[in-house]
Design a protein around this ligand. Sequence first.
Ligand SMILES: *[C@@H]1O[C@H](CO)[C@@H](O)[C@H](O)[C@H]1NC(C)=O
Ligand SMILES: *[C@@H]1O[C@H](CO)[C@@H](O)[C@H](O)[C@H]1NC(C)=O
Ligand SMILES: *[C@@H]1O[C@H](CO)[C@@H](O)[C@H](O)[C@H]1NC(C)=O
Ligand SMILES: *[C@@H]1O[C@H](CO)[C@@H](O)[C@H](O)[C@H]1NC(C)=O
Ligand SMILES: *[C@@H]1O[C@H](CO)[C@@H](O)[C@H](O)[C@H]1NC(C)=O
Ligand SMILES: *[C@@H]1O[C@H](CO)[C@@H](O)[C@H](O)[C@H]1NC(C)=O
Ligand SMILES: *[C@@H]1O[C@H](CO)[C@@H](O)[C@H](O)[C@H]1NC(C)=O
Ligand SMILES: *[C@@H]1O[C@H](CO)[C@@H](O)[C@H](O)[C@H]1NC(C)=O
Length: 497
Amino acid sequence: MSSGAYFGLARCVQYAAFAATMIVGIASGSEAQDVCTQDTYTITTQSDADALGSCNNITGLITVQSDTLTSLTLSGIQRLDGSLAISSCAALTEISAPQLQWINDNFTLSSLPQLTNLSLPALETVQMAISWISIPQLTSPSLKTEGVDEYGNPGTNIYGDLTISDTGIKTLDFFNFGSFSRVEDVSVTGNKDMKIVNLSSLVTSSLLEFADNGESFQILLPKLTTAEGLSLQDVMQFDISSLTTLSATLQLENNSFQAFEMDQLNAIGGDVIVRGNQMMNKFSLPALTEIGGGIYSGDFVIANNSALTALDGLGKLAAVDGSTNLSGNLYKVSLPAMDDMSDGFHLLTTVLEFNCSSFDRIFYSSDISKYPDRYSCGTSGTRTDTAIHYHPPSSGPAIPKATKVVIIIVCIVAALLATGIGLRWWAKRRRRGRVPEEPPISLRELGIAEEEGEGVDGLPPYRRTDWDTDSPSSAASKTEGDSGDGRGLAEHFYTVA
Ligand SMILES: *[C@@H]1O[C@H](CO)[C@@H](O)[C@H](O)[C@H]1NC(C)=O
Ligand SMILES: *[C@@H]1O[C@H](CO)[C@@H](O)[C@H](O)[C@H]1NC(C)=O
Ligand SMILES: *[C@@H]1O[C@H](CO)[C@@H](O)[C@H](O)[C@H]1NC(C)=O
Ligand SMILES: *[C@@H]1O[C@H](CO)[C@@H](O)[C@H](O)[C@H]1NC(C)=O
Ligand SMILES: *[C@@H]1O[C@H](CO)[C@@H](O)[C@H](O)[C@H]1NC(C)=O
Ligand SMILES: *[C@@H]1O[C@H](CO)[C@@H](O)[C@H](O)[C@H]1NC(C)=O
Ligand SMILES: *[C@@H]1O[C@H](CO)[C@@H](O)[C@H](O)[C@H]1NC(C)=O
Ligand SMILES: *[C@@H]1O[C@H](CO)[C@@H](O)[C@H](O)[C@H]1NC(C)=O
């Protein structure tokens, strides 16, 4: 065997071995990066969870439901193109997903009465909703605190709805909102120990609802500028100072803050409902121009705020699209820009000397006076209304401007006519007997401009003899038509003379 042939064989073996290594390498590599796809992965035991450990990336829905499972670890999974739903696990105390970075759809935890430890140290993104409901023992979930995601955002970013309800969480400050600083609906309700919500990077959201959380509950949304609706209940302190626009409703009920002041808020597209805020002595939205006006009707209701005695921080409010119902211990209500109450205005106060005049005036001077049931202003607590009222000068129906002009013209004409006739009578007295035949006198000679069709120029030439020889029928024909016209007056006057 030549050395050349031997060398060739060795080369061949070498290449074959190399190729084999490459193939094995690729195969094992692709095993580590396995993408597992299935509609639904149902986990009831830890070994079900371990079986997914070789799938770095999973496409599908993972549901976990078990009465006996006490601890769940989802190791190996990095990316879930689907939702993760862990619900109704009566005994589950711990959940951990050490490598999980991305959930493409929803992340739901619900009815986990024993859950105390939730560890998601790598979770960067939940593309859709986070919904954590009925997890009363969970006080401090452990989420990603360091580093940034592929968009450069720190912590755990969420993009869909955020619902945290009936959990033991004390401080909610571990979410960010991606580069748009935007989230959909936020609902934080019934978390009995929650003291503070600090979503300091949030700029835009849909509906925001906070209700029934811990005592002295505080909300920090310092960068929030636009939202659809805002509902605060049982809140003691808040910083929402950048808010400029609400496209839907503002609702404030049973809060314990002393003042609600938002200097930037200039538009509220839905209702404004302010009820049962016992400590609130100031309600001030100085930039607000309109309530409603969009797709919502926009009612304005103030009721049961016992410390609120003056409503005078609404200097620019010009229109309320729905009905305005204000009640309470109101001593002063100032709505200087408001000139339209056509969809209803009712004010009822316990202050006996309340001055309703300015609202009465708007009522009498606007279209709403056609619908008396849409307006009321008065005092409560006594049998009779003791408020101060404005009454329009005339109790009859208001006289339209055009009618007034006509009345003034008629008066002037009548006055001139009377003067003219008076002058004629005076002249006649002077000349009586001296001049047998008097020339006819007309208003034109008295310096009064004659106008066509006014009736005044119809004054007949005056001849004494005519009258004496007039037959009753010709006299009747002379005065036929408008009995108040110049002719009738002249004849009457002559008869008296
Ligand atoms: C698997 O998930 C990781 C982490 O999210 C991601 O970087 C990678 O592109 C995914 N691989 C595949 C094949 O989808
Ligand atoms: C995610 O949750 C929202 C509610 O927040 C729901 O409307 C939506 O259908 C859910 N999506 C999926 C894929 O389950
Ligand atoms: C579980 O959470 C509690 C407090 O919530 C913490 O003290 C404890 O160390 C956690 N246990 C584990 C194993 O992480
Ligand atoms: C709210 O969060 C921001 C950013 O994380 C932080 O700077 C600020 O101190 C927090 N405020 C309170 C009162 O915790
Ligand atoms: C506010 O408190 C009153 C009296 O406690 C209660 O009747 C009402 O339902 C509460 N309103 C809301 C929206 O919870
Ligand atoms: C005000 O409170 C009383 C007693 O709590 C309740 O009966 C009434 O319905 C409340 N009015 C409004 C408008 O909420
Ligand atoms: C306002 O008060 C009137 C009369 O009391 C009532 O008919 C109407 O339903 C109230 N509207 C609202 C929005 O409370
Ligand atoms: C009531 O208010 C009107 C202005 O709206 C004012 O002119 C009037 O003097 C006030 N009446 C009393 C008694 O204060």
